[in-house]
Design a protein around this ligand. Sequence first.
Ligand SMILES: [Fe+2]
Length: 174
Amino acid sequence: MLSNKVKNALNEQIQKEAYASNAYLTLATWCEEKNLDGIAEYFYNASNDEREHMLEIYKYLNTYGGSAHIKPMKDTSVKLKNLLDVFQYVFDLEHEVTVAINKLAKLTYEENDFATFKFLEAFVLEQQQSEKGVNELIDMIKRVGYDDKSLFYLNKTFKKNEEKKAQGAEAGKE
Ligand SMILES: [Fe+2]
């Protein structure tokens, strides 16, 4: 069974994942308003990923004697000037989650809760990949630029990437 400390910390992580899921929807809207449907798709999928993380922790907490719940959440609206700004915001968002996950993993270790520590391993590694991925996108945007012509190209590139990811996921199911 989970200690109260671990239960509370897992519930806090649920809020963070849910917040990230909502924040990505806000960024999808930012893109849709600028007719960047391919980049919006990236954010819709990122929102789904965060919701899945949230659900995974939610179910884990309920399975092992906790009481998972979503608390009222702060507004995710944000003012962003351009696409580089958007992805720098994404990096900060992901980094905040990384710091929180690491803190949570440390707590489970200190509490001798090695089962939860092990459960969190996938999250720790996924955050590492997320930060790397977002850094690569920031690098691409910096190189390509974000004037109208560049945005047209970037939107197409994102669209293709999301299609490839969806095909990969389908193939994985077979
Ligand atoms: Fe996440």
